[in-house]
Design a protein around this ligand. Structure first.
Ligand SMILES: C[S@@+](CC[C@H](N)C(=O)[O-])C[C@H]1O[C@@H](n2cnc3c(N)ncnc32)[C@H](O)[C@@H]1O
Length: 404
């Protein structure tokens, strides 16, 4: 297992994972290789991804074992919609629904009104008009499953024709010149990508549950050793800065009809609320035990006191997550991790996690380091004390098994 983790030639655009952009996704064939190995070597009835993002691991598990019980959680409603569509695919009405969608787009009638905060900042007026036509057409499709697929396919179009730069996951306005140079092909592009990608959505699972909520709260509903495999890539503590999953998703979330999103009610309040409610985003009561405090103490010593709060806040949530993960996992824990830098000090999240899991009853089977070939987050992210600070260029995959 994991003898070749390079996958430099793997192109997401050839498979379902290339049909929508999401930050910090896992490399699908690597997750598939791991899952295949574990599923072949052991009796596995369930796979759990507590931070499923765009659903890479759950989809790959379904590809290996179509009847596998799949459970996922994510706080971001866009991640929920993306993963739901990947797992449920489209149904047999899809051809006639595409024809109906095209009719509503080509001869638009009763275009429904929609607006959101700062809409004119993020879209040119003519783009807003085109998006309104497409949005209104999608809302008229009565088949729920296919309508969700149509929203899914709109996500990358929204991003492509918005005024935000493609070089970062944050919302960062383009130069005025670049905005005025954009050609408006929203409608042709959208219909083209629906028709081009439809065949990638023909597989489906009828044995999955997705929770749109904070997994730290959801854990309370799960009994001990409920899941055979837990496989995930958690946030690394930089959701407010380098990889803001929520901020990245807001333009799509504001455009998609609320009725088709799983919402608790607070998610659309502002552009940063999803990130601040995410793992490590808010200060709470510190509940780390002495062992956990000792794991991060060597790093805190080297980091300026001003940055302590941010690191403690992240690890307070992260250790709670790991404790619960150990409790609910029966057999294997598979994590893809990165070591982020705070104040020029690299925090070895991978070894901290490995030590934690070993102490909590899970022996290490594999520890693999992998260079990340292409990154949207720049290798140098900021300048601190006149020196450049590099972001993560490696990811690590660790596989642990419950001690017998
Ligand atoms: C690294 S991404 C997962 C990417 C995923 N492995 C993929 O391939 O697309 C981390 C995810 O954790 C989610 N997240 C952050 N805090 C969370 C929380 N407290 N509860 C549930 N999900 C959370 C984010 O919304 C994001 O989708």
């Amino acid at each position: 297992m994991l003898d070749n983790i390079d996958y430099r030639d793997y192109k997401k655009c050839d498979d379902i994972h290339g049909t929508v952009l999401y930050p910090a996704v896992m490399v699908a064939p690597i997750q598939k290789d791991i899952l295949k190995n574990l599923i072949l070597r052991d009796e596995i009835a369930s796979v759990f991804d507590p931070f499923h993002g765009s659903g890479t691991s759950l989809y790959e598990a379904m590809e290996i074992a179509p009847n596998m019980h799949l459970v996922g959680c994510d706080i971001n409603p866009l991640a929920n919609l993306i993963t739901r569509v990947k797992l449920q695919g489209v149904n047999s009405n899809i051809k006639s629904d595409i024809n109906e969608l095209k009719e509503h787009i080509i001869e638009p009638k009763d275009i429904s009104y929609f607006s959101f905060p700062n809409m004119e900042k993020w879209f040119r007026t003519d783009i807003i008009e085109s998006l309104k036509i497409v949005r209104s057409a999608i809302t008229k499709i009565s088949n729920d499953q296919n309508r969700l697929f149509f929203w899914y396919m709109l996500c990358d179009i929204i991003r492509k024709y918005s005024n935000t730069r493609s070089s970062t996951y944050k919302l960062h306005i383009k130069e005025a010149d670049a905005i005025s140079r954009m050609e408006n092909n929203v409608i042709e592009d959208y219909i083209g990508s629906v028709e081009k990608n439809i065949y990638k959505f023909l597989h489906s699972s009828n044995n999955f549950i997705l929770y749109k909520c904070n997994v730290l709260e959801k854990f309370r509903d799960f009994e001990n050793e409920l899941f055979d495999i837990s496989i995930t890539s958690p946030p690394y503590g930089d959701n407010a800065t380098t990889v803001p999953y929520g901020q990245f998703s807001m333009l799509a979330l504001y455009t998609i009809d609320r009725k088709d999103l799983e919402l608790e009610g607070w998610e659309l309040d502002n552009y940063s609320i999803i990130d601040s409610n995410s793992l490590g985003g808010k200060t709470k009561n510190i509940i780390m035990n002495d062992f956990e405090k000792a794991l991060i103490a060597p790093y805190l010593k080297k980091i300026s006191v001003a940055k302590h709060k941010k690191v403690i806040c992240f690890f307070n949530d992260y250790f709670l997550f790991l404790r619960e993960l150990c409790r609910v996992t029966k057999k294997y824990i598979v994590l893809t991790l990165g070591n982020r830098t705070v104040d020029r000090v690299q925090i070895d999240l991978t070894n901290i996690t490995k030590t934690f899991l070993e102490k909590n009853g899970f022996e290490n089977l594999k520890f693999v380091k992998r260079e990340i070939p292409i990154k949207r987050t720049p290798k140098v992210t900021s300048i601190v004390n006149q020196k450049p600070v590099s972001s993560m260029n490696y990811e690590y995959i660790i596989i642990h098994r419950r001690n017998t």
